[in-house]
Ligand binder design. Structure first.
Ligand code: Y43
Ligand code: MG
Length: 206
């Protein structure tokens, strides 16, 4: 049995603003006060793992050195026709850029790269894809928990919608017509890979 999480401070070991917003909304109802790794001045570790779980553990272990329980999220898009790519390299496919004085990633370029590869395969290419989310919870004394969630769907082009982040404008979940960037955040929280993983975390620690 895993240790339970008691209400209090929780470090979110992510430097992605879109994710931070979603994870905050997920943990706050459980009485957790979410602080980001950046707020604590923690460095962003290099994600040298080859699996989502390895990278999630690298990020959470690094943040747990702060003395607080740490929660990280390593996630990505797996496209069937591309043999599961970009997968753990999803963030890397969007080059780092500076937007209005802030560091960020060029998601439009990344979505275009995926679309270009699919387009080369012809009009009948299998457009199915899934988002994967691995959450790692690490206590400062070394206890660890890893859970994984997913959502199945397909890719659409051109991108639609301005909500969410990352690849949301091109991802349509199974059985839906709207992209993840066109639906309310509450709706995305109910069906996303992050919500799926979080539900498993809740079962284990709350
Ligand atoms: O719900 C999502 N909607 C759209 N795109 C998403 C989603 N979830 C993950 N993604 C894409 C973007 C993200 O950047 C990459 C994961 O890369 P990943 O290394 O886990 O995150 P990151 O570098 O952006 O932030 P950090 O490592 O500081 O948590 O997959
Ligand atoms: Mg990352």
């Amino acid at each position: 049995m895993t240790r339970k999480l008691t209400p209090g401070k929780l470090v979110l070991a992510s430097h992605n603003k879109g994710k931070l917003k979603e994870i905050r909304a997920l943990v706050e109802p459980y009485g957790m006060e979410a602080i980001s790794a950046a707020d604590l001045g923690l460095p962003e570790p290099e994600e040298t793992g080859t699996t989502f779980a390895e990278n999630a553990l690298i990020k959470a272990r690094s943040a747990a050195a702060s003395g607080y329980v740490a929660l990280s999220d390593d996630s990505g898009l797996q496209v069937a026709a591309l043999g599961g790519r970009p997968g753990v390299y999803t963030a890397d496919w969007a080059e780092r850029q500076w937007f209005e004085g802030e560091a960020g990633r060029d998601w439009y370029m990344a979505m275009g790269k995926v679309e270009g590869m699919l387009a080369e395969m012809g009009p009948d290419v299998d457009r199915s894809a899934r988002f994967v989310c691995t959450l790692a919870l690490v206590w400062p004394d070394g206890e660890e928990l890893v859970v994984e969630g997913e959502v199945q769907g397909s890719l659409t082009w051109p991108p639609r919608g301005a909500l969410g982040f990352g690849y949301d404008p091109v991802f349509v979940a199974k059985g839906m017509d709207q992209t993840f960037a066109e639906i309310d955040p509450e709706h995305k929280h109910a069906i996303s890979h992050r919500a799926d993983a979080f539900a498993k975390l809740v079962k284990a620690v709350f």
